[in-house]
Design a protein around this ligand. Structure first.
Ligand SMILES: Nc1ncnc2c1ncn2[C@@H]1O[C@H](COP(=O)(O)OP(=O)(O)O)[C@@H](O)[C@H]1O
Ligand SMILES: O=C(CO)[C@@H](O)[C@H](O)COP(=O)(O)O
Length: 466
């Protein structure tokens, strides 16, 4: 078998990799942008996949491609009518209009009951809260819903004509239990008013079907697919004791475990991974785009922001950013705003603002790592990935802010690489072992990181009481 194709349909873009099945080496890659926003017509994802697919030269590979798998952003509500057409734009994980519905659902059952039922506590990101919003605010559209799927399921349908999902993505809906590996239809009945058709949940190495001829391949099988973070874990070959910090549109902190992590506070989502285990995860609404916003405020580009942050005092001379620019999911503060604190005439400089944006992102992620450790998730070292990990100032500061050794794997699209690895598994029944190459490693240095963490925690507690 020569090669496989891995797809990552994430918030900002669709990435397609052609990968050597034996070594995991990327032999071709392309991407296509998605529009900004928190709701999107799923047909746009299909168009972007076609664009990136053709851009990577996949049709020309033809029969060389043995298998394909799709990982994608989690939670998106793809609500379809009887003709499998969307009844509305898909509300994405970062759409917070269902925040009130999420709070009502938490109040209704109680956090402990939610964790018992589905090992997550509802937040606006989850599919079920979006369905509750649809039923409450768009009853005519809700009445037309025949089926509900997720972004990666939608693309599985485009590729094979079949609706299928996997346990990692299903575990982000709010109506699937990764402990019993079964849907909870009673939660849909209670909060959406009925139970629409749902995609079958496939096992980690299952085949979802055969890729349709229109995609230019010959009898390539499609793997089950995954949620994007489970895909990244697969791409990295994540092991217990390792914590992934992914800095993309979302900021995510996750690990892999053979046992579920229960957190009635809802901060740790007890998701499933793509190997049959569990993926305890915390997700933040504000991450890489905080640095982009700071660059825009300073009217410079990202490389210039990076250069400024590298010249600044490591602790930004006390300037501190609480980075809740779009509200925040973890902690659950949907109405929050960002705060720039500790301003003085001495520290009000462009380099300190640049540095404070980097430290704000890292502190938000450090809060998540601390939560994982409080819940007994082993944390020996951090693997830093995502577009934001390209920032030199961020990767150099991360170890000191986290208080942990940090490894930066060589630049790659690890979500799509994980999908490619799953594709081999689906085609051969064997999960290949591909080498993980590390580009840079960092150790915590000096005490400035602890000082920055202390100031940040005090500010967060003072302003938001969390
Ligand atoms: N050198 C850099 N410094 C800081 N942020 C960066 C850098 N390069 C890319 N990014 C950010 O990375 C983000 C894209 O990362 P990615 O992981 O692809 O996101 P997603 O998977 O959510 O689509 C963008 O918001 C972009 O601004
Ligand atoms: O909501 C979550 C995880 O719970 C996010 O991780 C989404 O899955 C979007 O991921 P990116 O587009 O940022 O990769």
């Amino acid at each position: 078998m020569r090669c496989v194709v891995g797809v990552d349909s994430s918030t900002q873009s669709c990435k397609v990799l052609a990968v050597d099945a034996g070594t995991g080496r990327v032999v071709a890659a392309s991407s296509a942008a998605h529009p900004d926003g928190t709701a999107i017509d799923p047909h746009i994802w299909t168009s972007a996949l076609h664009q990136a697919w053709d851009g990577a030269g996949i049709p020309a590979l033809g029969a060389e491609v043995a298998a394909v798998s799709v990982a994608a952003q989690q939670h998106g509500m793809v609500a379809l009518d009887a003709a499998n057409e969307p009844v509305s734009d898909a509300l994405l994980w970062n759409d917070i209009r269902s925040a009130d519905d999420a709070q009502s659902m938490r109040d209704d059952l109680g956090a402990g009951a939610w964790v018992d039922a589905v090992n997550v506590v509802p937040v606006a990101s989850f599919t079920l809260t979006k369905l509750a919003w649809l039923a409450r605010c768009r009853p005519a559209a809700a009445a037309r819903v025949a089926r509900v799927v997720l972004p990666h399921d939608w693309l599985n349908f485009q590729l094979t004509g079949r609706f299928t999902t996997d346990r990692s993505d299903a575990s982000g809906t709010g109506y699937f239990s990764p402990v019993t590996d079964s849907y909870r239809p009673a939660l849909l009945q209670r909060f959406f008013g009925r139970v629409p058709a749902l995609p079958v949940v496939l096992g980690p190495s299952a085949q979802a079907g055969t890729v349709l001829p229109a995609w230019g391949l010959a009898n390539a099988v499609l793997g089950a697919g995954a949620g994007d973070n489970a895909g990244a874990a697969l791409g990295l070959g994540l092991q217990p004791g390792e914590i992934v910090v992914s800095i993309g549109t979302s900021g995510t902190v996750f690990s892999t475990s053979s046992v579920p992590t229960r957190d009635p506070s809802g901060q740790i989502a007890g998701f499933a991974d793509a190997t049959g285990n569990h993926l305890p995860l915390l997700a933040m609404l504000n991450s890489a785009r905080v640095m982009a916003a700071a660059a825009q405020m300073l009217q410079i580009d990202l490389p210039s922001l990076d250069a400024l942050a590298l010249t600044a005092d490591p602790a930004a001379q006390g300037l501190l950013l609480l980075p809740y620019l779009d509200g925040e999911r973890t902690p659950n503060l949907p109405a929050a705003h960002g705060s720039l604190l500790g301003l003085s005439r001495a520290n009000m400089t462009a380099e300190n603002v640049a540095r404070a944006s980097v430290l704000g992102v890292l502190n938000s992620l450090a809060d998540a790592i601390d939560r994982m450790k409080e819940h007994g998730v082993p944390a020996e070292r951090v693997l830093l990935i995502g577009g934001g990990a390209k920032s030199r100032s961020l990767r150099q500061a991360a170890a000191s802010v986290f208080g942990l050794p940090v490894e930066v794997p060589v630049a790659n699209e690890y979500v799509a690489l994980g999908a490619a690895r799953q594709a081999v598994w689906a085609a051969t029944g064997e999960l290949p072992v591909w080498e993980r190459r590390i580009e840079a490693s960092f150790e915590p240095d000096g005490g400035w990181g602890a000082e920055v963490r202390g100031r940040y925690i005090q500010a967060r507690q003072t302003i938001y009481g969390v």
